[in-house]
Write a protein that binds this ligand. Structure first.
Ligand SMILES: [Zn+2]
Length: 150
């Protein structure tokens, strides 16, 4: 009679450094943020949506979306929330506020940090504005955070 083999697990960890391409649309998006502090999207020639974050293909119409358009750095707060844990699960001294801002002139929005505001100051639909980092490096943190528009 054969005995059942019970699985044995071995604890360990694997550290992996890696890089991946931001793609055609993502590379231009980050380059514009870094070099010009502009937020760019792409327009679908069929449905007219302005895609932000930009994509070179409209997933609704199945056509190329290669026309680049600058969108506003201001937009409406769609939703927000607070987190008390950082991305590695450690307790934060001060909670982060994260939100989705639908940018004016775009049909999409960005998930980002909300700054210069307390949760009780925020209302869904309120106008927000991007605050750009002084030293930009070509990533999403070139937008430091969104704050209530002044
Ligand atoms: Zn489309």
């Amino acid at each position: 009679m054969e005995s059942q083999v019970q699985p044995i697990t071995i604890a360990g960890s694997i550290h992996i450094d890696y890089q991946w391409t931001a793609g055609i649309a993502g590379s231009r998006f980050f380059q514009e943020l870094r070099d010009n502090a502009r937020i760019m999207g792409t327009r679908c020639p069929k449905c007219g949506r302005v895609l932000v974050p930009p994509r070179i293909f409209c997933e609704e119409c199945f056509v190329d979306a290669e026309e680049w358009v600058e969108v506003s750095s201001k937009g409406r707060l769609i939703t927000f929330g607070e987190t008390y844990l950082s991305t590695d699960g450690t307790l934060l001294d001060k909670p982060w506020i994260l939100g989705i801002v639908k940018l004016d002139g775009a049909d999409g929005g960005l998930i980002h940090y909300i700054g210069e505001a307390n949760p009780e100051d925020l209302k869904i639909g309120m106008q927000m504005e991007a605050v750009f980092s002084e030293e930009r490096q070509g990533n999403i943190l070139d937008i430091k955070y969104f704050r209530p528009a002044r």
